[in-house]
Every structure is written in structure tokens, then in C-alpha cells.
Design a protein. Structure first.
Length: 473
């Protein structure tokens, strides 16, 4: 299996592999030994789609080297969900497409696919992702019966969500794991098509999440990363009366993220729990107080803000304002001493003026985020923003990206220098590589150790210097 995209997609890949193992099959790291290759795709932005298409075509080329004469190729993930009909027509190399509601059924799908009468794989004269163009339309509800393998696709609004006992084959190192606490999204962001692909927000019940975390901690997992499209909205879709943005969030009304964290705090064992993908519209004083009181919750908040200029936030349909965001950041830093804030911003959104971009740069300089990423706006067909006038040329987007990253690089260097001489608790990923409480897996900086430490365990080290974004200890 080749899994692309975000951690949420990785969990889907783990569930698919779990279903394969449950049916008595084996997983191999050698593509030429496999009866089936699976490419789990991402379709979030154009570059992700291009990477997915490239991986599909490369997997097809590898079939010529296979020791299995009738090796099959399956495509799953967000691209498969969103562009079923187009993919079926444009990629005859693929034997089956799996929708997001079918991730727990991959084992059964593979069995059915392999039982089909073998046919000659389709050939492409020039397999080149750069020359492949995807015409965007509605996802197919089914695949033509002319296909070698007839497979019903999930609806445009998937409903599946995993449970604590859903079979999984974890693809992360043994000492950290991602726990998907909810799926889907209710926000109307004009640049985003995730609700079209993954459906409405739907939370797992707290008991299910807690049971999974207890099992992971018993296995020796030291870091639990809570993920969803909108982590701060967790549980509120389960309330008797539904909650919208900026409405009072109170655990007395039903399940909340704050109540879940208090339950996680009571689980025995030494571990961190980290919050990823928190939307700024759903933070509450109760959640801030809970994080401050729970020493197992990492002092780290991932809170994508996307912009700060009020007119941009309105066009992006972010359901927040500059005043709300600035007040929230003040509350987070005042209420959770030592917290590291990670955020992302979009530059080059339609009609973004030079003055609006300068407002963003000034905000970045003043707020001094510990971790920050910049995205160049991607015109996603099917989104509201794709139809907006004033699409910004790539040259301007590239320049704004560079300017914003240069500002953040200076801030990151200064923050790293402030840590020199301090003793930090670190989680060891490799004998000479670790992460601090301020660093999520894969997306943030590392701490380079001069002396090796035991992988998967915590260690305390003195910070001696910095190199780029990384610390030296």
C-alpha cells in the first residue's frame, strides 16, 4: 500500500490493511510479491492530486516487474471518492476504486477482485502525471458494468466512522499513534471541498475513543495524536440540540473535547496527548482551563487560521473575525503557560490585495507563532472560491509565499535560540532524533541528540544550540 496525504488518510490506510489481515491475507513490503497494489490517494489541493496520479501510474508500471502474472491495482482515498467516474474513464489501468465508506471492507473487496476471471491489464503509452488532466464533476454513485470489477461507490456524503474494535494495522512507529475522534466537516470554507468528499461532521462516542487510547497505552504508545477535520467541534454533533459556531460550549450540554481530555487524563501510564486540527470558532474557556489542568495534554495547539484580515476571512467564510482570533490567542497564551501555537495561512486567495497581505505579515510578526506553515491558494474546482473573480497570478502567490516564510524563519530562529540552555522533555523517534512537546510528528521540527537515547521513550536533555528549524541537544 502507498498512502498519501494527511494523518486522517493514514488512519484510513491502517483500517484497510487491518481488514486485509482479518481475512487471512498477508502484507508485503515488496511490490513484485503482491497480488494487489493499493494507492490511497489525496485530493486536497492540485499538487496532492498530481502526486496521487503519479503514484497510480508508477504502481501500474511496477506491475511489469511483478512475479504475480495477474496483479491487481486498487485506488482508494479522497480522489477515488471525489472523482470516481472520471478516474474510471481516464485510468483504465486501475482494476477497482474504493470509496471512503468502504475502507473497512478492503479485505472483502480484494477477495472478490481476485476471484474475477483474469484479464489483460490496460496499457498506457505515456504514463505521465503531468499530462493527465482531471475534469471535475460529481462523484459517481456506481461504476459502469463494463469494468472488470463492478464496485458500488459511497454516496457524495460518506457516513462511515471507525470504532475502537475496528481492525487496524498501524503504519506509525510503535511509540506514537493517530486516533481519529471524528470524521467529516460542517464548515462552509469557500476554498475547501473536504465536506464534499468526507461528508458532515460525525463524532465517535467518548467510550469508543477512550477504549482505543487505553489499548494503545497498554501497547507502549507514548504519544496519542487526536485528529479529525475539526477537533474542537468533537462531540457537539451528539448533543440533543445541535451547536453552531461561536455558540456557548458547555460539557453539561453533552460530550465535548474538554470532557474527553479530562477522561484521558485519568488513564494510567506516561504519555502525551496532542491536539491537531482545532478550528478557532469552537474554542471555549472550559477547554483552555482543562488543557492547563491536565499534564498529559501536550502544551501544543494546532489551530489553522488561514488569514487575519477581516475582509479575507469573510470571503473565505471562516466564521471567525480578527477580533475573535486575537482574543483567542491571548486567552490561549495566558491560560496555558508555555503553550506552542502552530497555525497555517493561505496566501494568494482570490482578490487578496497587497494591503491585505501586509496585514497578514504584520500579524505574523506580532504574534510570533512557534510553528507556522504557508499554503499558496489552490483553485479547487467545485469550491466557491474557484468561481470568484480576481484569481491571483502564480507569480504573485509565489512571491507572497516567500515573503511570509522569510518572516517566519527569522521568528523560528529567535524562538529556538531562546531555548538554548533549557532542559526539555523529549520523545525519542530514532537513537539520535527526538521531538519536544512543541513538535508534532512529520510536520514540525526535530531535536538532534549528540548522545543516543532509547527509541520510543522519554528523555530529558539540555538544549545546546539550533540548526535551521531543529534544536541540538
Amino acid at each position: 500500500m502507498i498512502s498519501l496525504g494527511c494523518a486522517k488518510n493514514l488512519v484510513d490506510a491502517e483500517i484497510m490493511l487491518g481488514s486485509v489481515l482479518q481475512r487471512g491475507m498477508e502484507i508485503t513490503s515488496c511490490p513484485e510479491d503482491a497480488d494487489v497494489l493499493v494507492v490511497n490517494t489525496c485530493a486536497f489541493i492540485d499538487s496532492a492530486k498530481e502526486e496521487s496520479i503519479g503514484a497510480i501510474l508508477e504502481a501500474h508500471q511496477q506491475r511489469g516487474l511483478s512475479r504475480r502474472p495477474h496483479q491487481k491495482l486498487i485506488v482508494s482515498g479522497c480522489m477515488s471518492q471525489r472523482f470516481a467516474k472520471e478516474l474510471h474513464n481516464e485510468l483504465p489501468e486501475v482494476d477497482a476504486f474504493v470509496g471512503l465508506d468502504q475502507v473497512a471492507q478492503l479485505g472483502e473487496i480484494v477477495e472478490k477482485l481476485l476471484s474475477k476471471r483474469p484479464t489483460l491489464n490496460a496499457q498506457r503509452s505515456t504514463p505521465n502525471a503531468d499530462s493527465w488532466t482531471l475534469e471535475v464533476g460529481r462523484s459517481a454513485l456506481d461504476v459502469s458494468s463494463e469494468n472488470e470489477f463492478d464496485l458500488a461507490f459511497a454516496d457524495l456524503r460518506p457516513t462511515y466512522i471507525p470504532d475502537y474494535d475496528t481492525p487496524r494495522f498501524r503504519l506509525t512507529p510503535s511509540h506514537f499513534a493517530y486516533v481519529k475522534i471524528a470524521e467529516g466537516c460542517n464548515h462552509p470554507c469557500s476554498f475547501c471541498v473536504i465536506p464534499q468528499m468526507r461528508g458532515k461532521h460525525r463524532s465517535r462516542f467518548p467510550k469508543s475513543v477512550l477504549t482505543e487510547i487505553r489499548a494503545l497505552v497498554r501497547e507502549g504508545v507514548r504519544e496519542i495524536n487526536l485528529i479529525s477535520q475539526d477537533t474542537t467541534y468533537y462531540g457537539m454533533d451528539l448533543w440533543p440540540s445541535k451547536a453552531g459556531p461561536r455558540q456557548p460550549i458547555d460539557s453539561a450540554r453533552g460530550p465535548t473535547l474538554a470532557a474527553l481530555l479530562r477522561e484521558i487524563q485519568e488513564i494510567e501510564g506516561e504519555f502525551w496527548v496532542r491536539l491537531l486540527y482545532t478550528h478557532p470558532a469552537h474554542w471555549s474557556d472550559e477547554l483552555i482551563e482543562t488543557i492547563a489542568q491536565c499534564d498529559k495534554v501536550a502544551r501544543y495547539i494546532d489551530i489553522p487560521l488561514q488569514h487575519i484580515d477581516d475582509s479575507m476571512l469573510q470571503r473565505m467564510r471562516r466564521e471567525t473575525s480578527r477580533a475573535h482570533i486575537e482574543n483567542l490567542i491571548y486567552k490561549l497564551r495566558a491560560g496555558i503557560p508555555g503553550v506552542a501555537l502552530r497555525t497555517t495561512f493561505i496566501v494568494g486567495f482570490p482578490s487578496e490585495t497587497g494591503a491585505e497581505f501586509e496585514n497578514l505579515l504584520d500579524f505574523i510578526r506580532r504574534m510570533r507563532f512557534e510553528r507556522l506553515g504557508i499554503f499558496k491558494y489552490s483553485q479547487e474546482m467545485g469550491s466557491r472560491a474557484a468561481k470568484m473573480p480576481g484569481q491571483v497570478p502564480a507569480k504573485i502567490k509565489n512571491a507572497r509565499y516567500r515573503d511570509a516564510m522569510l518572516v517566519q524563519q527569522k521568528i523560528a530562529h529567535e524562538i529556538a535560540c531562546e531555548k538554548v540552555g533549557r532542559e526539555l522533555k523529549l520523545l525519542v523517534d530514532q537513537p539520535h532524533i527526538a521531538r519536544s512537546e512543541s513538535d508534532a510528528p512529520d510536520v514540525d521540527a526535530r531535536v538532534v541528540l549528540s548522545k543516543p537515547a532509547s527509541v520510543g521513550e522519554f528523555t530529558w536533555r539540555r538544549i545546546a544550540g539550533s540548526r535551521g528549524y531543529d534544536l541540538l541537544a
